[in-house]
Write a protein that binds this ligand. Structure first.
Ligand code: A2P
Length: 411
């Protein structure tokens, strides 16, 4: 017998560089470390990716969900992909039905099941979430917004320079929901002379505008002056935004996000856990509830908010003016003089009774936004609180994810 060897084909997983907003979600999510990046692109290593799909639902733009049939021997390498400005055209290939062609693709459905809980939160929104619009405006077709407000929301003498920035879209449509984000294209070029990539910011305003009935939205932006390791660094987009003046214009893309969305049914409760600028989506959801307070249909709101000090907690003044029977506010301050260091997870344990009460209600959704480091701490605290009541956290955790009731957005 002298039969020809089968030609190996691969369903190759690729990321669209024109839509990707370089938010790092896919790289963090990938359970086998197949995703990597440089200053230009996020890419998938074809030698490692097993097509498990764990990275697909969390991607806020959908840029991750691209596939090309290629000959195994001609798969696009990591180096190829890092240099791309756009996805390559589909190549014509031997028909898979032809004798001698073997499809080298992972069993995607089976792999997806095993990897579906690689991430701590849900990859679907709650059942009563409104349907979001995504990617209406892209790098190639950005929307111009006008700055109608920009003011500092932390104490002037503190290190945390956090701004509340209001952008107006005039007569052009930019429909959004609480929990979604937008991309800002900072002007100028990077060290390689390429236009800067978009930076992603969560909305701080509800769906009907920063000012109800107006075609505007707000962002909470912290001026970046050092990197995560504390080394001096100049945040290109955050400094650009914090320095904007009224009537300046900004290039905006998006909206993004289809899972970190609030429930809409009456009596839905929210547990909101955040640090610093992670408060933006919590402000949006809280304001949505506040505007319909008179309907009598609101569920309960419980907020755990971490900041260094009161003066470094964005929106401290307006937050503290909200009625106590409207929202249960718990502030975790880590560097307040004369007070012990507290993190949000400490307060979740201290308030175990009301947290448990809310967890026992299937109308409760949990949102966590802020520092990546708090993810583990918050999950541990929720586990401890659950165990106190004799329940099995792993079962409840799975239920919360399956029902789209536990959401993380950390950075
Ligand atoms: P810390 O004082 O230890 O940095 P930031 O101002 O840097 O955005 O941080 C917001 C708050 O989050 C601060 O109080 C900070 O405390 C706190 N924080 C830092 N790491 C964690 C963590 N792993 N879990 C919860 N909170 C954290």
């Amino acid at each position: 017998m002298n039969a020809p060897l089968p030609v190996q084909m691969l369903k190759q997983h690729l990321i669209d560089p024109e839509i990707c907003i370089r938010c790092n979600t896919c790289e963090e999510t990938c359970p086998v470390d197949a995703i990597t990046h440089d200053s230009n692109n996020y890419v998938v290593n074809p030698d490692i990716c097993n097509g498990c799909m764990a990275c697909v639902p969390p991607c806020p733009t959908g840029s991750i969900d691209n596939w090309r049939m290629v000959l195994r021997s001609e798969a696009y390498s990591v180096q190829d992909q890092l240099g791309w400005e756009e996805l390559p055209q589909e190549k014509s290939l031997p028909q898979a039905a032809d004798a001698g062609v073997a499809l080298d693709a992972p069993d995607i459905a089976a792999a997806a099941v095993s990897a579906s809980f690689a991430v701590p939160g849900a990859s679907i929104p709650p059942w009563s979430a409104a349907h979001p619009y995504v990617n209406l405006y892209t790098h190639k077709t950005p929307m111009t917004a006008t700055v109608v407000g920009n003011y500092r929301v932390t104490g002037v003498d503190t290190e945390s320079d956090i701004h509340h920035i209001v952008l107006d879209f005039g007569e052009l449509p930019f429909p959004v929901l609480e929990g979604q984000s937008i991309g800002i294209l900072p002007p100028g070029t990077d060290a390689q002379g390429r236009p800067h990539h978009a930076r992603q910011y969560s909305l701080a305003s509800p769906r009907d505008g920063e000012r109800a009935g107006y075609n505007n939205l707000s962002l909470t932006v912290k001026r970046v002056t050092e990197d995560h390791g504390g080394v001096a660094a100049h945040g290109v987009c955050s400094n650009y935004l914090c320095d904007l003046a009224k009537n300046d214009t900004v290039q905006v893309i998006g909206p993004f996000g289809h899972t970190f969305l609030m429930p809409n049914h009456p009596r839905a409760n929210l547990i909101m856990i955040c640090t610093g600028t992670g408060s933006a989506p919590m402000r949006a959801m809280t304001e949505r509830y506040r505007r319909r307070i008179d309907t009598g249909e609101n569920g309960r709101l419980m907020l755990f908010f971490g900041a260094r000090t009161e003066r470094e907690l964005p929106y401290f003044g307006p937050l503290m003016k909200l009625p106590r029977d409207f929202i249960d506010i718990n502030l975790a301050l880590s560097r307040e003089a004369g007070q012990p260091k507290r993190y949000v997870q400490d307060l979740i344990r201290e308030r175990a009774a009301p947290v448990l009460d809310l967890l026992s209600d299937r109308n409760t959704c949990i949102y966590v936004c802020g520092l990546k480091g708090m993810e583990v701490g918050v999950l541990d605290a929720l586990r401890d609180v659950t165990m106190q009541s004799g329940q099995d956290w792993s079962i409840l955790h799975d239920v919360l994810r399956r029902e789209g009731r536990l959401h993380f957005e950390t950075y």
